[in-house]
Unconditional design. Structure first.
Length: 126
């Protein structure tokens, strides 16, 4: 019995002689896979499509939209935290607008959406 021997299929960790022992075995004759011939039956196209449609309905996820209103931050946060978040958003918007202006000077052919997205990514990484 070996301690710490780990086996993964035919491979082992901790036993270097495992491959040498396998080489002494006689090679087995390769067996060809047997292919069974199946009769091709004619299938009604409509029946096949109906069956596929039923399977699709079974696998369809049920999505229900609930008519939720906007979240009121006063219910979850105090006034100090709301002021901190608003200050951080103003700092983020100012930083993004400065970077977007610099990008607009260098790359005037970029659209406003692409420019804003690139500026937001750059400011977020900085």
């Amino acid at each position: 019995m070996e301690i710490g021997q780990v086996k993964f299929g035919n491979y082992t960790i901790g036993n270097p002689n495992q491959r040498a022992n396998q080489g002494n075995q006689e090679p087995k004759e390769k067996e060809e896979p047997q292919v069974q011939s199946a009769e091709i039956k004619s299938v009604n196209r409509e029946d096949l499509l109906n069956a596929m449609n039923m399977v699709g309905f079974q696998n369809m996820s049920q999505i229900s939209s609930n008519n939720s209103s906007e979240v009121n931050p006063q219910e979850f946060l105090d006034e100090g935290r709301i002021a901190d978040i608003e200050a951080m958003m103003m700092e983020f918007e100012n930083g993004v607008s400065q970077i977007a202006d610099a990008i607009a000077e260098e790359f005037p052919e970029l659209s406003e959406e692409a420019r804003s997205a690139l500026a937001a990514r750059i400011f977020a990484q900085a």
